[in-house]
Design a protein around this ligand. Structure first.
Ligand code: GLN
Length: 448
């Protein structure tokens, strides 16, 4: 099939389902078709790039030159970036086709996509259920066949959790593998960009395209060593598989996977992890601190929304932020400002940094003895719409299994693990050693 036909096929799916599912905020239909025609011509001439015709959607947290990016927020209403995120630019340079901008929780803050100022995204497996978040639009777009690959972001599970809820694959790369340039920052020491798709090869192909050194992000490295000797040994964390929140069907499906691994010649061991209770507090203290600082730039002066009536500069800042930030974003800014305040900095922020180090050291100690750490991606299948919105702490608890990879910076992959009796998808998560994304992908082929 030609690229034009492939794009048209995805546009047909978008036209059929997007009005209900709310996965795409803007669809670049004419532009995508025009680009597809150009790429078809390049294919004829033998000059097309390695991703020729790959139909990609991008999360609203990523900048795309001369296109809107709003981070799911009203505070960026009207904003168009003058440049593209490095990851987006590299996809374009490889002749991928960007078909649209995808809904997400405001600034990536949420686990259900219900914190988007554009309304929730519906799960295509069951539209009374949430898509997961924060990359919910990106997950459902792939799930419903509206694009082949989505580019999501993962600060605390936002690629893997919606991937699990929607029955697709999602890869959170090692921190420092993919440039964050052009990613609207939430928590800079946690934020990553990664692919979501139906097939492992697509994840590998896209990662290969977007990764690597970039003059705009000094945290990206190329010179890593991944010559890890395979031990044919994996570990699961006892406190996770025994966690009271874990849905029994997910536990059963997980242990069926453990059996598959044993049949494939893997030794599977149970390990202790003493910091299970510290994972979420560490994550939420540090990410709110970073968010309160990162979001200070949205003041009504430089970009996006500006209040219509302000007497002076202070009132301009206050009214703009009050009018255009959502409830959850305000909550995080308040929390972050509190943990960074002079009187409480040592008790919260410094303490959380210390615990972050302990979590990293223990996780690396586990990985020194095995190839991978395996777990369910989430403790339950997709929630009912509205089920968690009244109690933010309940919402935060849903991130328990995913935040360890972000606290430690390690790569983690979620792949489908069948469905529960209600037909809702479940996810299997593999966490690996630094920069061992290829190892994760090769390992997951056992379950493909
Ligand atoms: N649920 C996490 C949070 O709200 C997800 C963050 C993310 O990965 N963007 O912080």
């Amino acid at each position: 099939r030609t690229c034009v036909e492939i794009v048209q096929g995805h546009l047909d799916r978008i036209n059929a389902y997007n009005a209900q599912l709310n996965a795409f905020l803007t669809v670049y239909d004419q532009e995508a078709l025009a680009r597809a025609a150009e790429i078809d011509a390049k294919i004829k001439q033998g000059t097309a790039g390695p991703l020729a015709g790959l139909v990609v959607g991008i999360k609203d947290l990523l900048c795309y030159a001369d296109h809107p990016s709003q981070a799911g927020s009203q505070i960026l209403n009207g904003f168009q970036s003058t440049f593209s995120a490095t990851a987006v630019q590299r996809l374009l340079d490889a002749d991928a086709i960007i078909i649209g901008r995808q809904n997400c929780d405001e600034f990536g803050m949420g686990s259900t996509n219900e914190n988007s100022s554009f309304g929730p995204v519906l799960n295509f497996a069951n539209t009374a259920r949430v898509a997961g978040g924060s990359s919910g639009g990106s997950a459902v777009a792939v799930q419903a066949g509206m694009c082949q690959v989505s580019l999501g972001t993962d600060t605390g599970g936002s690629i893997r959790m919606p991937a699990a809820f929607c029955g697709i694959m999602g890869l959170k790369p090692t921190y420092g593998r993919v440039s964050r340039w052009g990613l609207i920052a939430y928590a800079s020491s946690f934020d990553t960009i990664g692919p979501m798709a139906h097939h492992l090869e697509d994840l590998a192909l896209v990662l290969k395209t977007i990764e690597g050194k970039d003059g705009y992000d000094s945290t990206v490295v190329d010179d890593f060593d991944t010559s890890y000797a395979s031990k044919k040994k994996v570990a699961y964390i006892k406190e996770i598989v025994e966690h009271p929140s874990l849905q029994p069907e997910i536990r059963d499906a997980f242990f069926a996977h453990v059996e598959t691994l044993k049949s494939a010649g893997y030794e599977v061991v149970s390990v202790d992890f003493a910091y299970i209770e510290q994972l979420l507090p560490t994550y939420y203290v540090l990410t709110t601190a970073e968010a309160s600082s990162n979001l200070a730039r949205f003041d009504g002066v430089k970009f996006g929304h500006r209040t219509a009536d302000a007497k002076d500069l202070m009132e301009l800042y206050k009214k703009t932020r009050d009018e255009a930030f959502g409830e959850e974003v305000k909550r995080r800014i308040m929390l972050g400002t509190f943990v960074l305040s002079a009187d409480y900095y040592d008790a919260y922020y410094t303490k959380a940094q210390q615990v972050r180090r302990l979590i990293q050291e223990r996780t690396l100690a586990i990985l020194a003895d095995v190839d991978f750490i395996i777990s369910p991606t989430t403790s339950s299948t997709a929630y009912k719409m509205g089920e968690k919105t009244l109690d933010p702490l309940q919402m935060y608890l849903g991130d328990l299994f995913t935040v360890q990879a972000n606290i430690t910076g390690l790569p983690a992959l979620s792949v489908p693990m069948g469905e529960d009796i209600a037909g809702l998808p479940m996810g299997f998560q593999v966490t690996g050693k630094a920069f061992d994304e290829q190892g994760l992908i090769d390992f997951a082929k056992i379950f493909e």
